[in-house]
Unconditional design. Structure first.
Length: 152
């Protein structure tokens, strides 16, 4: 068993306010997709308010949604994102969110039991944007092994 877990952040620039007709279908699917994540193999934790609302947390500004979560490993997160019902919702991203010119998703290893803050996540995204993928901030396209595995 690893002493590390995988943190992930992705942000999305809204095309309209959450209560607008444009985002009706997105909002209607939030609970189902969040439940799917929480029941997925390898899921550990996700950022949300005490009443379970992740959309109320806006550290990048009022026009950005944030998804910050922790998983056991890259494979578990990848399976949820691209091989579950989440993939169908993800394929509609352009309907609800504006294109972004810089990285909007980052992965990094954290000690088991640590829960990343939004400030920590912002720093990792900035690291990726400034330096490209590294062991401290990476992507699905260029993943890095957890520190203990990398040292072997």
């Amino acid at each position: 068993m690893s002493a590390w877990e995988l943190a992930q952040l992705n942000i999305a620039l809204l095309r309209a306010p959450l209560d607008s007709p444009l985002l009706t279908e997105f909002v209607a699917n939030l609970e189902r997709i969040n439940t799917l994540a929480e029941q997925a193999p390898g899921y550990v934790w996700r950022l949300q308010t005490e009443d379970g609302n992740a959309t109320a947390i806006r550290p990048f500004g009022p026009e950005y949604l944030v998804n910050l979560s922790v998983w056991m490993d890259v494979e578990s997160l990848f399976a949820y994102v691209y091989r579950s019902a989440h993939a169908k919702i993800l394929s509609r991203r352009k309907e609800w969110f504006a294109p972004m010119t810089s990285a909007y998703s980052v992965l990094w290893w954290i000690p088991m039991g640590h829960r990343p803050t939004t400030e920590e996540a912002k720093q990792r995204l900035e690291m990726l944007r400034a330096n490209g993928p590294s062991a401290q901030a990476f992507t699905f396209k260029q993943p890095f092994a957890p520190p203990a595995a990398a040292a072997r």
